[in-house]
Design a protein around this ligand. Structure first.
Ligand code: GDP
Ligand code: MG
Length: 694
């Protein structure tokens, strides 16, 4: 093995077993994570070196078993069966061995090079559980390592064991599934061996054929007459077993897996756990998931996070704001008079006003993500999903939609990808369609700009909370509508699982936060920068040649430059759409910024920055917020916030909706439907509001 072909290691395990923690501890900083933050179902790979050998680790989606049924299980199965890792590391939660080890049994049917990682060993030990490790290793025939994932304990040993099995050739597997099932599998394997099928994972294929799993039946059928013979053999064996046991084959096989696990545990458990670590969790839950108090507590927690985002975030925000103000003044002052004024304008009015306008909100973004990361890591988010399950049922959603929707507060795209955990296609489409209503991180700068511009200080956190709340309420209303019309049908019931509470660790929280924040900065430095430059050009050219001289030059200087703006391409586009947006109270300047927001939501802020920077000669005296307050009423401000909350999901969202739903029509409906609703609501608010407030 060398640099070019690293040893491929797959990390498998049930949800919340600590896979990602182990992954992080193994690979350190050299990780490669899809394109989006907060991704749960997407592929995650990382590289590390051990004694000169390169190992490529893949964090598989968490699943309790392998199957073609739920998306995570199917992905895990595909990775193991089709992509054949060199080593499979099975990460289990030591406090729930019985449930976690079924997956191990299934992986033993697939792979020969395995390392079992007994994670959460700290909690298991604290509860009094003792395991005879040497015995377990000899019963299984491969290495077993105890770890504490989030602290990295046991991980060096894990690396060593991975390296050691990578050389070994396992003699015989030690999985025992009972004579009847083993004979049955043996017969199907024999039939499969006559076909041209890949020798690896034969046993798994045989088990799946026995269960009549359509994916594997199709595959084997594609092998021709020998394949058909193997399928027929599997059918016959299945009939025999079902006749003899009087039991559904699926139950029968599952029971055999549990039988193996039970037997194994009976051998190796020196002392079973005597204190239930879940007792404390249950005590907390008695309050937090209380029937009446639960939802108010949840709302209070969310409000707290928004308050933190606003008030604490305002301090460093001011520093960054002042820094960019200082920078543009310094450049303007130092620029030699009458030379390359276009370039000065590009830098000051295009780049600094645009990118700076977005970067200013970095502290707030960091704080919001910090809050969400703590809630997620502590296990509280799963409670919130549980709490809202009943409520969400009334709206044709259910608890499984909750995590995708919360993820949507960060970014709609991973939110939509997280809907893959939903088995029922209608549930999934409904969630996907309403997800853009969860106010994403890219919209936060918009709220942070507009709320203080139009509303008094005491109301800032409340307004922010309100805008998120309106989004959620609309999402619920719309999904009810969808479930009653386009997506009518049964809801898939499901049992929700509550992982125990855990103290979030600094490392994991900082990791999540750093990742989201870095993506924000990267976006500002790439997409937002490019669009700012484009927007600057569109707003600058063509130039107005013969400017009409005005008597009172000083007073009219700013209206003169705004007239130049209107003459530009962007100004003309804005003017063109003005009749459509005028009923909502918007003018062409807002119109141009809204069009920009379609590329990425933050562009709304950078674009207003560019327009006002170009339009205002005397930019030292006023901030963008002051200028907005001068030009628009709070009524327009609110109507604008509503519109930006609901309308035009960004381009990336539409693309991902198209990909995940498999059809353009859903993306089109999402775009058209949401924009139409936004227009109607904003128009109503502005028109009715104007009646009362003039
Ligand atoms: P995954 O869902 O399998 O990827 O699990 P994560 O790696 O996200 O871990 C879930 C939670 O368990 C996180 O809060 C971790 O900090 C925590 N955790 C991970 N490993 C351990 C461990 O060995 N002991 C304890 N007490 N907590 C752990
Ligand atoms: Mg994970």
């Amino acid at each position: 093995m060398n640099e070019i072909t690293p040893v491929r290691v797959a990390l498998c395990g049930s949800p919340n077993s600590g896979k990602t923690s182990i992954f992080n501890a193994l690979t350190g900083s050299s990780q490669h994570v899809g394109n989006y933050p907060g991704v749960t179902v997407e592929k995650k790979t990382g590289l590390y070196h051990h004694e000169g050998i390169a190992f490529e680790v893949r964090d598989l989606p968490g699943s309790y078993s392998l199957s073609s049924f739920s998306p995570e299980e199917a992905i895990a199965q595909k990775e193991l069966v089709d992509d054949r890792p060199d080593v499979a590391v099975v990460v289990v939660d030591s406090t729930a061995l019985k449930r976690s080890l079924v997956l191990l049994a299934q992986i033993m049917q697939n792979c020969s090079r395995i390392v079992l990682c007994l994670n959460m060993s700290d909690e298991a030990k604290a509860s009094g559980q003792r395991i005879d490790l040497p015995l377990l290793e000899s019963l299984l025939g491969f290495p077993v390592v105890e770890t504490v994932g989030h602290k990295g304990l046991g991980v060096p040993l894990l690396r060593e064991k991975i390296a050691s099995v990578q050389h070994s050739t396992v003699d015989r597997r030690r999985l025992t599934l009972g004579e009847r099932l083993e004979t049955a599998i043996g017969r199907i394997v024999a039939a499969l061996e006559k076909t041209a099928i890949d020798r690896a994972g034969l046993e798994w294929t045989a088990t799946k054929l026995l269960q009549n799993d359509s994916l594997f039946v199709e595959r084997v059928r594609a092998l021709g007459a020998d394949g058909e013979a193997a399928i027929a053999c599997a059918q016959e064996v299945r009939r025999e077993i079902e006749q003899f046991t009087g039991e559904d084959i699926g139950f029968f096989i599952t029971r055999r897996y549990y039988g193996f696990v039970d037997g194994l545990l009976k051998e190796v458990l020196i002392s079973p756990p005597h204190i239930d670590t879940r007792v404390l969790s249950d005590r907390i839950d008695a309050v937090v998931v209380h029937r009446l108090l639960g939802i108010p507590i949840f709302l209070a927690v969310m409000y707290g996070i928004f308050w933190l985002t606003f008030t604490v975030g305002a301090i460093p925000m001011d520093w960054i704001d002042q820094f960019f103000g200082f920078l543009s003044r310094a450049i303007s002052d130092a620029w030699p008079a009458d030379t390359a004024l276009e370039a000065r304008s590009l830098i000051v009015d295009g780049i600094i006003a645009g990118v700076g306008g977005v970067l200013v909100f970095l502290p707030n973004i960091v704080l919001l993500f910090l809050g969400l990361a703590v809630l997620q890591d502590s296990g509280y988010m799963s409670r919130a999903a549980f709490l809202t399950d009943r409520l969400m049922h009334r709206f044709g959603l259910h608890g499984r939609s909750f995590i995708p929707m919360v993820t949507g507060f960060g970014c709609t795209i991973p939110g939509i990808m997280a809907t893959r955990t939903m088995e029922n296609e209608r549930d999934r489409l409904t969630t996907m369609m309403v997800l853009p209503l969860m106010s994403c991180g890219a919209r936060l700068p918009i709220w942070l700009l507009l709320i203080p511009a139009f509303f008094p200080g005491d109301f800032h956190a409340t307004m922010l909370f309100a805008i998120y709340f309106i989004g959620i309420a609309l999402a619920f209303g719309l999904s009810l509508l969808l479930r009653r019309t386009l997506l009518r049908g049964e809801e898939a019931p499901f049992v929700m699982e509550l992982p125990p509470y855990r103290m979030p660790t600094a490392r994991s929280v900082v990791n999540r936060m750093a990742m989201s924040s870095w993506l924000y900065v990267k976006k500002a430095g790439t997409i937002i920068l490019a669009i700012s430059i484009l927007m600057w050009a569109l707003t600058t050219y063509p130039r107005h040649e013969e400017s009409t001289p005005v008597a009172d030059a000083a007073a009219d200087r700013h209206s003169q430059s705004f007239r130049d703006l209107e003459h530009s391409i962007a100004g003309r586009i804005g003017r063109f759409i003005e009749p459509v947006i005028a009923p909502m109270g918007f003018d062409w300047k807002i119109g141009v910024a809204i069009i920009g927001a379609f590329t990425a939501k933050e562009v709304f802020v950078s674009q207003l920055g560019v327009i006002y920077s170009l339009g205002e000669q005397d930019q030292n005296s006023e901030t963008l917020r002051d200028m907005l307050r001068r030009d628009y009423s709070p009524m327009i401000g609110f109507s604008l916030m509503l519109f930006l909350l609901i309308a035009t999901p960004c381009m990336a969202t539409l693309a991902i909706t198209r990909r995940e739903s498999g059809h353009w029509k859903w993306a089109a409906l999402q775009f058209g439907g949401l924009t139409a609703i936004a227009w109607l609501l904003s128009t109503a608010v502005y028109q009715i509001g104007s009646l009362f407030f003039g």
